[in-house]
Design a protein around this ligand. Structure first.
Ligand SMILES: NC(=O)C1=CN([C@@H]2O[C@H](COP(=O)(O)OP(=O)(O)OC[C@H]3O[C@@H](n4cnc5c(N)ncnc54)[C@H](O)[C@@H]3O)[C@@H](O)[C@H]2O)C=CC1
Ligand SMILES: O=C(O)CCC(=O)C(=O)O
Length: 425
């Protein structure tokens, strides 16, 4: 007989298992809301998980078989929705966790969706343009039975972009024998993309930073900002913060970090970074990502990957506010440490929900065939996120819980109620 692991024997590996962590917080949130155990049993894993093998002809004539995943967490509220990640470290458990986070985000900003997420184990930095196109099309063919504009609507995530969304939309439209812009979001504008989707994640993070700064009495003008990751989320955020008069003193990518206490030249860095968000390779006097996270600043934004703030470095974080643009950058233990230290932590499922919100706007525009101006998109996004931030902040205060647990409580309720009304639980 195998003994169940007790809390005391929880290993480092367990603590960094993002699926296990998110299940722990979901369980706590459902307990706080008074739901019975079967609701947790339903919501702790995706209702559907597809693993596919994608054969791709490489430029040298060889065939390489890639592994891909698509997780659909819960479709009680509506079709599932969430990005596709191309990364060498993608795992099945990570994709499952990412799909649960998408459900929570959709609940928090009140979209008519459940959560989904996809991933392919690959390194697009070492693939040609044409190999990437064949991989993207092959993935869509492999998952085509379970996705579609009224079933599951993908979007961009780490190392995927509007070009990849365009190939995927084209492949799906061929299979569907119909032009189907509503199959995927994050498309180029000329193919039915929405104004503001490219910068939406960072815009949402900016709105959360403004609200959090107001609560903490911090003036954005002159505030010192540190951002880990200089891709879609991190680089647009650096620009927004810089333009708002903040001093962006540190940024990083997968290869290292740059620091200047007087503020970095953000426009120059934006001009020099490559399409994978890499810029530090151009400089000699870099610091490490570990050092970057521990810089003294007012606002720290992890905008890269998971498990960056852990119990090892949480005591060394010297920021007043931590706003999670990335999915899963802070462990449960670190969340507790930061909260106990009086640092205001704005969790991923709230802070990074601007992306899916504007993706929803894109899908609505595709469905109605009528397109909005950038101002309309921004105005609607601002309204939704200000309301969501304050709802979660007030829940945290009134229920005396940290912001992550408050966000899970708000996010999980709609899908639990929808599942109950459907008679599933
Ligand atoms: N793109 C989107 O719309 C959304 C993205 N997110 C999340 O934001 C985070 C970043 O995503 P994107 O900006 O879209 O990705 P991206 O692919 O555009 O950029 C990723 C950035 O992270 C850096 N990076 C990768 N590994 C790193 C490491 N080990 N240490 C430090 N930096 C590293 C890369 O060099 C790059 O600068 C991810 O967690 C993603 O899931 C969340 C919501 C929406
Ligand atoms: O835009 C979307 O639909 C999903 C974005 C996403 O993958 C995320 O928020 O993590």
């Amino acid at each position: 007989m195998v003994a169940e692991k007790s809390n005391e024997t929880t290993t480092q590996e367990d603590k960094h298992d993002v699926l296990k962590s998110t299940q722990t917080v979901i369980h706590k949130a459902l307990d706080k809301l008074g739901y019975p155990e079967e609701v947790y049993e339903l919501l702790k894993e995706p209702i559907r998980m597809m693993t596919v093998k994608i054969p791709v002809r490489m430029d040298d004539g060889s065939i390489k078989i890639f592994t891909g995943f698509r997780a659909q967490h819960n479709d009680a509220v509506g079709p599932t929705k969430g990005g596709i990640r191309f990364h060498p470290n993608v795992t099945e458990r990570e994709v499952k966790a990412l799909s649960i986070w998408m459900s929570l985000k959709c609940g928090i900003v009140d979209l008519p969706y459940g959560g989904g997420k996809g991933g392919i184990i690959c390194d697009p930095r070492n693939m040609s343009f044409h190999e990437l196109e064949r991989l993207s099309r092959g993935y869509v063919r492999a998952i085509s039975q379970i996705v579609g504009p009224t079933k599951d609507i993908p979007a961009p995530d780490v190392f995927t972009n509007s070009q990849i969304m365009a190939w995927m939309m084209d492949e799906y439209s061929r299979i569907d024998e119909f032009n189907s812009p509503g199959f995927i979001t994050g498309k180029p504008l000329v193919l039915g993309g929405s104004h503001g989707r490219e910068s939406a994640t960072a815009k949402g993070v900016t709105i959360c930073i403004n609200e959090a700064a107001r609560k903490k009495g911090i003036n954005i003008e002159g505030a010192r900002v540190v951002i880990q990751g200089f891709g879609n989320a991190g680089s647009f955020l650096a620009k927004f913060m810089h333009d708002a008069g903040a001093k962006v003193i540190g940024i990083s990518d997968a290869y290292g970090a740059l620091y200047d206490s007087n503020g970095l030249d953000i426009d120059y860095l934006l001009d020099r970074r490559d399409s994978f968000g890499t810029v530090t390779k151009l400089f000699k006097n870099t610091i490490s990502n570990k050092e970057l996270l521990e810089l003294e600043c007012d606002i720290l934004v992890p905008a890269a990957i998971e498990n960056q703030i852990t119990e090892e470095n949480a005591h060394n974080i010297r920021a007043s506010i931590v706003v999670e643009a990335a999915n899963g950058p802070t462990t449960i233990e670190a969340t507790q440490i930061l909260t106990d230290r009086g640092i205001l932590l704005v969790p991923d499922v709230l802070a990074s929900s601007g992306g899916v919100t504007v993706s929803y706007f894109e899908w609505v525009q595709n469905n109605q065939g009528y397109y909005w101006t950038e101002e309309e998109v921004e105005e609607r996004l601002e309204k939704i996120l200000v309301k969501s931030f304050n709802n979660i902040y007030d829940t945290a205060q009134s229920r005396r819980v940290d912001m992550r647990l408050a966000a899970y409580m708000v996010g999980v309720r709609k899908m639990a109620e929808a599942s109950r009304f459907r008679g599933w639980i």
